[in-house]
Design a protein around this ligand. Structure first.
Ligand SMILES: Cc1ncc(COP(=O)(O)O)c(C=O)c1O
Length: 384
């Protein structure tokens, strides 16, 4: 198994950072790439036309590898998940009586566009409730999603891993059911891609959007999106000159070009060259690929296992192991635990996790060890 990689980060030794699901720390290599990126603007006379296009193309190729898309031109650089989702919403055809299926308590960037779409078209939003019982929660939730998909469904928009509970959804069976009814399946991969294997070839989503600053270890304001053939003739939410054919020819830009670059390239955000962010995200994905996503998942599983057993022994509830992710762990807090008291204890001991709703969300990475989980458990024990 891969060993602890803390030496590649600049995390102090007296803190336990278990909060990638909030914001990942930067790798030293990513920090260096950002600094180099700043230098680009110090000497603009060294900036070639190629530097606008080659680094983003490289980044697209890396992300295509991470999600097994097999084609970098299916990838578009976006600044946020809300942006990538807005491109999907802009192309979804819906009418009164149609249904858009979402999960209860989904992250808002994968909700607001659908609320607007429903208001504009008369389509109905259906939120699939999270089962109250922890036993078999993942399986029951999945089944409820499958049961809701029918001939009225035009879209199912959901994450691969729930952002607070860590439940993994069965995208393969959801894809099969959506296909039977010609509905789109759109995935917010922000809390999974980079730490849990995602394969476009296996799941065949219509679109997948992932923010870069969590499990992709990149900077803020950077995201990556995959758009399938369903979007090839669609309308992007803005019209960057960079996304038109032959935009590399800077002397011909006012020969206005009606044709977009092929496949997903029309959906990239304006100024996607981002001379600081793109090299940072490249350095991050190179490292993620070198480690291997499956190894990251396995490492998180190994270092969290003893603590999870203790949580269970102490009466905390977690979803069954095969229904939950190992990098984003949701521990249900008993009613008697006061979140403010818990947060104060974490703060005092310099243990960084999130409390989201009724859940303690623990999100480790390769810089953590079992020691961090022991410190977390020690904080919890002062409460009961
Ligand atoms: C599941 C999920 N999606 C998206 C985001 C971020 O969305 P955006 O890039 O629109 O700010 C988060 C941030 O916490 C998230 O947890």
């Amino acid at each position: 198994m891969i060993t602890c990689q803390k030496h590649l980060f600049s995390l102090p030794n007296d803190i336990s950072y278990l909060n990638v699901a909030y914001m990942s720390p930067l790798l030293k290599s990513v920090q260096a790439a950002g600094r180099e990126g700043i230098e680009t603007k110090v000497r603009p006379y060294e900036l070639s036309i190629d530097s606008f296009f080659s680094p983003p193309e490289h980044l697209k190729a890396l992300f295509s590898q991470v999600i097994q898309a097999g084609d970098k031109d299916r990838i578009a650089l976006v600044p946020s998940v809300s942006y990538g989702i807005a491109n999907v919403a802009n192309n979804l055809k819906a009418k009164p009586g149609d249904r858009i299926i979402l999960l209860e308590e989904q992250f808002p960037s994968n909700v607001y566009s659908w609320q607007r779409k429903a208001a504009e078209t008369g389509a109905e939003l259906v939120y699939i409730a999270s089962p109250k019982d922890m036993q078999n929660k993942g399986k029951l939730w999945n089944q409820a999603i499958l049961d809701a998909i029918d001939e009225r469904t035009v879209l199912v928009a959901l994450p691969h891993v729930h952002w607070s509970e860590g439940i993994v959804f069965d995208l393969k069976s959801i894809r099969e059911k959506t296909r039977q009814h010609n509905a789109w399946m759109v995935i917010d991969g922000t809390q999974s891609v980079g730490a849990l294997a995602f394969s476009v070839q296996e799941f065949q989503p219509d679109a997948l959007i992932a923010g870069g600053y969590k499990w992709l270890l990149g900077p803020y304001s950077m995201g990556l999106a995959y758009y399938s053939e369903a979007f090839d003739n669609g309308l992007p939410i803005e019209d960057s000159w960079m996304n038109r054919l032959n935009s590399e020819d800077f002397s011909g830009l006012v020969n206005y070009q009606p044709v977009y670059k092929p496949k997903a390239q029309r959906y990239a955000v304006g100024q996607y060259s981002n001379f600081i962010g793109v090299p940072m995200q490249i350095a991050a994905l190179e490292q993620v690929l070198e480690w291997g996503v499956d190894n990251i998942q396995a490492y998180c599983d190994a270092i969290s296992k003893p603590a999870i057993q203790q949580f269970r022994e102490q009466g905390f509830e977690l979803c069954e192991d095969e229904q939950r992710s190992k990098h984003l762990i949701g521990v249900k807090l008993p009613a008697h635990i006061r979140p403010d008291e818990l947060k104060a204890s974490f703060q005092k001991e310099k243990v960084y996790v999130s409390v989201r709703g009724q859940y303690l969300r623990i999100a480790p990475h390769l810089y953590n060890t079992t020691d961090d989980f022991e410190r977390l458990l020690a904080c919890m024990s002062t409460l009961s």
